[in-house]
Design a protein around this ligand. Sequence first.
Ligand code: FHN
Length: 436
Amino acid sequence: MKYLFCAFILLLPFGNLRAQSRSIDPSIKTSRVVMDNFMDQRFGMFIHWGPVTLRGTEIGWSRGNAVPTQEYDTLYKEFNPVLFNADAWVKTAKDAGMKYLTITAKHHDGFCLWPTKVSNYNIMNSPYKKDIVGELARACKKYDVKFCIYFTVLDWHDPDYPIHMSGSKADTNANMDKFVITMKKELQELVTSYHPYMLWFDGNWESPWKNEYAAGIYTFLKKLDPNVIINNRLGANDAHLKLTAEMIGDFATPEQKIGELNMNTPWETCMTICNQWAWKPNDKMKTLKECIQTLAKTAGGNGNLLFNVGPMPDGRMEARQVERLKEMGEWLKTYGESIYGTKGGPFKPNEIFAATRKGDKLYVHVFEKTANTLTLPVLPNVKVKQAYLLKGGKINYSQGAGGAITLQLPEQLPDSNDSVIVLELTTNAEIIPVVS
Ligand code: FHN
């Protein structure tokens, strides 16, 4: 019955698509239970990959710029990543301590990494001829990593989408309603074939995309899977940093920066481990300190981190990126309890420290030792029972009448990137109001 409904929706006369509401029925929104589970994951892998890696330029954006459009659109005929190994990629994510993985099934260049029946511009018509999306979905299930899909609502390759290159004028011969029907068919394939935990939409800022389309797609997707999580880049806007009641989507998506401390609406920062989203030879890679402190400050702000790698044209991830992620995983083996399943706050992360909390424990992430003591912002009515390094070792502290907690730091912090001090409280740390 569900699929009959979907067939009907897909075949709605074009005109009806624009007649749809610009908002969604609140009763179909992703549940709090599902969103709380998503936010407990804290750390995921983002993967930007496609035939453009043959040129080492940015996916989508280099089409018609660094790479002439005609050349870009025929790269798939050379794309043969014979060293692609989905198990290796997913194990890399797992070993990094990542709990979910998001692949660019279709980026702005329109190339599809799965055997879609909707267009020939897909992986099955490359020399490689294997279902990349399906392989990753299988491997994620095998290693208990949640499988997620990135999907662009703009498609500079599809003639029915009016914009054929960023910044170009809308093509009056295009047919946006027909394009949205195509999109629904592609999304139906992806959701019914691979059952993604989350859909990471993107490209919602160009003029042809309207909230009427977005509301229809959100409703359509929720008929297919009521629990699929959807980010805030399906709704038509580029206000990615925030999530208001009017916006379509389940979480905000700050990009290349750590989101603001927010205890009310879910958010996930997406960030590159290098500079470019897709693979670039000799791209500058973040230090381990930058990687770990980004994760800790994101969790300290009550957000998730979707950390991006760009695999090479032969299908391998760069060894140095794999090593960096492994180092993050090693840190998480000791400190994971201060990241996974925690809440952020109660104070804003800064360059010296951040805080996360779970039950009666307040985790103080110390990034730098600038003095022999560290005084935390006053936490009214909070009493400390004991303090110790998560890695082991008692921490002496004093607590003033007003609630100011001063920690005596050890001569040498156990971890130069982020040493975590646990404060066991007499009350539930998660209910402490945020202090500025
Ligand atoms: O244009 C894309 C870009 O290529 C990349 O996919 C990022 C990832 O969040 N999103 C868009 C830029 O905001």
